[in-house]
Ligand binder design. Structure first.
Ligand code: SER
Length: 615
């Protein structure tokens, strides 16, 4: 069964059960500085999981484009990818375990046709604050019994601690920042069979093989999170006012299970790319470990970076742009390892990815040329960087593990490539030294990202909420003072500042800048109400509510009005959150100010602004 059939059957299955389909949110999250990329379907839905009503109701379904960089160093095995599609369904305080688990079981066994004897499930074993999930165990037993399987705990149903069966964006309960929602989860694993084990032994605490042992036999294909808790400021875990379900299933992994082959690179979304790579490298996939690994890395990275470009990311040395550049460079290096000299594979693979995704994500078609141009420009640029890296190697007396790591980090040289170069000089490199450097670096970036999470939206929700409303005022003021055709092209808000990208050909004049700031400050002083109204998209378009350029919206949307619905200063398609009244944006003695303005692309200018004290 191919992936597009699985995707459409999944969406139809949940639509038939009262769910409304929402479009995939962009890969670059809006108004969420805590993370570079959308990495799960629930991420854009946090306000609704916390209780804000969703314009489309309490049952939602979608296929969400996701990027996870945590696993980048695992890409090359048969299952890890940086980009994937997550099939999601959500209950926003509506149904719970009694409906969710049977639906997932029915979907996997009847719609996709997976043999129930090949399914294994896990649940939360409980801890000091939340008890063992015996309800899910009972439901799973009934479900397996309905197909003649006696599902015993410890044989088919396994209970694990929070490390495995608790889900929140920050991980286990102790890592959740105050305000963060999360809960116990129940995962479904597919058993590919004993012969698929990559390791003789279970890798989990010397226990016999079981779903979470990572030996290669089992693969997680879906996860129902019972998102019913929230971390409180005092560190406790308390029930949310509503009990939610957040299900996520990896489309590629479900397709691999349907194929009965754990290699996700053999599903239809990847196999044409692999064929192109086989042809241009004159190497067969699957025969030898290293070339197979390189082909998987190239296929994964190219697909991920194409999807990132479609969502507006361009190569740069910062944030998302840096991540994109890293993917391009890693893929080019692996093409070098495969001795691919003819760069036409870049266009061929782009065409193939465009074809595979033109139905679910039509905007990919118009980005085709931008993708090809970006890849070619970057490959020329990278050839120069490689030369610099090679010079560093040539001038070094010894190629040791530290230098290998420096080359990996600064120039993107994979370990295997440095080892090739070193062996030409008759040298061997200490792998352990390389790995030690690698671990040190990982530790540092983990600490940095934990800090980033803490400093983000969740901890400072009041500040970001104020700036979010100021952001709406700012856009309206730019349109009223500078040019009514100005449209938002991107945004990002932290506790310290707001950032907005707009289409604008020229810099603001001193006078315009002053008048825009003055108008925003006037609206703050006027203390206008901020009102949210759910309405049909067509109606919202008719009254001129602002939407972000290029973004896809569902048929029913929420619109935030500043002023009144009949006489508004600003009206924008938006999920919130916002202050209730513009007077909350600034305290006594504080004003709105534009901090910075720059051109970031052809006809697009970026502004950073915020609230400052004047006394
Ligand atoms: N949020 C959960 C996950 O990402 C389920 O959707 O796995």
């Amino acid at each position: 069964m191919n992936a597009s059939v699985i995707r459409s059957r999944y969406l139809a299955f949940f639509r038939e059960r009262g769910h409304k389909e929402i479009p995939s949110a962009p890969l670059v999250p809006e108004n969420d500085p805590t993370t570079l990329f959308t990495s799960s379907g629930m991420q854009p839905l946090v306000p609704y999981l916390l209780g804000q009503p969703h314009p489309l109701g309490k049952r939602l379904v979608n296929s969400q484009k996701c990027v996870r960089f945590q696993d980048i160093d695992e890409v090359g095995d048969n299952r890890h990818t940086t980009f994937f599609e997550m099939l999601g369904n959500w209950s926003l305080g509506d149904y719970f375990k009694r409906d969710q688990l049977p639906w997932i079981f029915t979907f996997l066994t009847q719609e996709i046709g997976l043999d129930p004897r090949r399914l294994y499930v896990t649940v939360f074993e409980g801890d000091a604050s939340v008890s063992k999930d015996t309800e899910s165990i009972a439901i799973w037993k009934e479900l397996f019994a309905s197909v003649g399987i006696d599902a015993k705990e410890g044989e088919r149903i396994f209970a694990y601690p929070a490390k495995k069966n608790w889900w929140s964006r920050a991980g286990e309960p102790q890592y959740m920042p105050p305000g963060e929602p999360g809960g116990p989860d129940s995962e479904v694993f597919f058993d590919f069979g004993e012969h698929r084990r990559l390791h003789e032994q279970s890798l989990w605490n010397d226990q016999p093989c079981h779903p979470n042992c990572d030996c290669g036999r089992f693969m997680e294909i879906g996860n129902s999170v019972f998102m019913q808790y929230q971390k409180k400021a005092d560190g406790s875990i308390q029930e949310l006012p509503q009990k939610n379900v957040d299900f996520g299933g990896g489309l590629e992994r479900i397709a691999a299970a349907a194929n009965d082959n754990p290699d996700v690179f053999l599903i239809d979304l990847f196999s044409p790319m692999i064929s192109i790579l086989e042809q241009c490298s004159r190497t067969s996939y699957g025969q030898n470990q290293e070339p197979t690994k390189s082909m998987r890395i190239i296929a994964d990275h190219l697909r991920a970076l194409i999807m990132m470009i479609v969502d507006g990311v361009l190569p740069s040395n910062k944030h998302q742009g840096y991540a994109l550049r890293r993917l391009i460079r890693r893929s080019l290096l692996h093409a070098k390892i495969l001795r691919i000299a003819d760069m036409t594979y870049l266009s061929e693979i782009t065409e193939q990815v465009v074809d595979a995704y033109r139905d679910p994500y039509p905007s990919i078609v118009e980005c085709r040329q931008t993708i090809i141009d970006t890849l070619h420009e970057e490959s020329t640029r990278f050839a120069k960087t490689l030369e610099r890296g090679m010079k560093e190697i040539e001038s070094a007396d010894v190629i040791d593990g530290k230098l290998a790591f420096h080359l990996y980090e600064s120039f993107g040289f994979p370990w295997e490539m440095t080892v090739e170069i070193a062996s030409n000089r008759g040298q061997t490199i200490d792998r352990k030294q390389f790995e030690d450097e690698f671990r040190k670096h990982q530790e540092l970036s983990r600490t940095a990202s934990a800090g980033m999470f803490k400093g983000g939206l969740v901890d400072h929700s009041e500040e970001t909420t104020r700036l979010h409303t100021a952001h709406h005022l700012f856009l309206a003021a730019l349109q009223k003072i500078v040019d009514p055709s100005i449209r938002q092209r991107g945004s990002n808000i932290t506790a310290e500042r707001l950032r907005i990208d707009v289409n604008l050909q020229r810099p603001l004049t001193e006078e315009d800048r002053h008048r825009v700031e003055e108008l925003v400050n006037k609206k703050i002083r006027e203390g206008l109400p901020v009102i949210r109204v759910d309405m049909e998209k067509k109606e919202a378009e008719k009254i001129g509510a602002q939407m972000e350029f290029g973004k896809k919206y569902p048929d029913r949307v929420s619109v935030y009005f500043i002023g009144s619905q009949d006489n508004f200063f600003s009206a924008e398609f938006c999920g919130g959150p916002h202050v209730n009244n513009t007077s909350e944006i600034a305290n006594e003695g504080q004003v709105f100010k534009i901090f910075k303005e720059e051109a970031i692309g052809h006809g697009v200018r970026r502004f950073k602004a915020g609230i400052v004290s004047v006394v």
